[in-house]
Design a protein around this ligand. Structure first.
Ligand code: ADP
Ligand code: MG
Length: 380
């Protein structure tokens, strides 16, 4: 059973039962959903297991290279049997060890753009598109994200471990009405924009990676949500890694510089590939009535360029302001340095929430990150 080893070996999922089954020839992972969450004991509908399987099937049809092979589903026992992808590493823990995956940004961008385009109304017939909305209503799990990412921080207290000064800073940001409003506006888009089938929990622990491969797991939060949500959410995780890399120990300063540059280049490549792939899919496969509608496509991109940085902001805010384990920062053993890294993250989150309206490309996002970092260093 997975989950009894270290986080690095077994990841940080605690809701379902996961078993590994191996023969000499094959290796499978079994995911079993129970009516009570394995970690918290909270009741959760077991139908989520079939929904996850169906979401995985759709994704496997669109991007098999980025989805574990599916062996079968057992409806009675709520079990998904899929390829064991642990020949790749869980990307969060690899990033924590300063590992570089050269193709990660491109692969993630392509994966998101293809799954989103081919499950949107720009490609699907209206009946199929509406059927997806009904099928992936997923109210129970969506509520968890709707409330906690944008508002309630999973019911956690404001971060106290890092001292009273940091606690006050977190509280100020969290309760500032201007920032609350931005989170509410993003939450509104998250709740009401049924653009495409999104993953809904695309963080670095749900992405396995190696030098050349990448696979996405854990689709139970899937629903028809806004284009660019997953892009923003994952960007949030990469920015956490960036802030951690600013303050965690490296064997040399040039290694630190190289790693920081790698993380920003990955974000850049992810956005660029996302837009480029989406455009290629659109030109090739958009329904007749949308062919040549470049103005419409561009307005979708403008919206993504504005909202994805906002989602990154919200996700990072709750992970830094709440007293909640976050391995990306927890690897910094020196609490003073950890506080500096998390403060930088919150400063970036704040700027992204308000500057995003001016962003015309990912370069503007990166410039904002660098600008905040530079100013923060001057004050240290
Ligand atoms: P949960 O929904 O409970 O978070 P996940 O699907 O994220 O469950 O799985 C939890 C952990 O189980 C992952 O972090 C990973 O370590 C392991 N796991 C899940 N699916 C696979 C798979 N296909 N191959 C290898 N390991 C897997
Ligand atoms: Mg998980």
């Amino acid at each position: 059973m997975i989950g009894e080893g270290t986080e690095e070996e077994d990841g940080d999922g605690y809701v379902n039962y996961i078993f590994r089954v191996r023969t000499e020839k094959e290796a499978y992972a079994l995911k079993q959903g129970l009516a009570l969450s394995r970690c918290s004991g909270t009741p959760m509908g077991v139908y989520r297991n079939k929904l996850e399987y169906d979401s995985m099937r759709i994704r496997y049809a669109i991007v098999p290279e980025y989805t574990p092979f599916l062996k079968f589903h057992d409806d009675e026992n709520h079990i998904i049997v899929m390829e064991d992808v642990s020949y790749l590493g869980i990307s969060r823990y690899e990033f924590n060890k300063n590992k570089i995956f050269p193709d990660y940004g491109r692969q993630c961008g392509e994966c998101m753009a293809k799954t989103e385009f081919y499950t949107s109304e720009y490609y699907l017939g209206r009946d199929e598109y509406r059927k997806l909305q009904t099928k992936f209503e997923n109210t129970e799990l969506r509520r968890i994200m709707e409330d906690n990412i944008f508002m309630d921080m999973f019911g956690c207290e404001i971060e106290r471990k890092l001292g009273a000064g940091f606690e006050d800073f977190c509280r100020q940001i969290t309760t500032d009405n201007r920032y609350v409003t931005e989170r509410m506006k993003l939450r509104r888009s998250f709740i009401s924009h049924a653009d495409a089938l999104i993953h809904g929990d695309l963080h670095t622990s749900n992405i396995f990676a190696s030098e050349d491969g990448m696979k996405v797991i854990d689709m139970e939060f899937s629903f028809m949500g806004p284009f660019g949500y997953d892009l923003g959410y994952l960007t949030g995780n990469l920015l956490s890694q960036y802030c951690a890399a600013c303050f965690k120990p490296f064997s040399s300063e040039s290694e630190r510089r190289e790693y920081k540059a790698y993380l920003l280049a990955t974000i850049k490549s992810m956005f660029r590939t996302y837009f480029q792939t989406f455009t290629e899919c659109w030109n090739q496969d958009a329904k007749q009535r949308y062919q040549g509608q470049d103005g419409l496509r561009r307005s979708i991109f403008d919206e993504i360029m504005r909202d994805a940085p906002g989602y990154a902001s919200a996700v990072n805010w709750f992970r830094c302001a709440a007293e909640i384990d976050y391995p990306d920062f927890d690897v910094i053993k020196d609490l003073h340095d950890r506080k500096l890294a998390q403060t930088l993250s919150l400063l970036i989150d704040w700027q992204l929430a308000f500057q995003r309206y001016q962003f015309t490309s990912v370069d503007d996002l990166i410039d904002t990150v660098l600008f905040v970092e530079e100013n923060y260093r001057k004050r240290l």
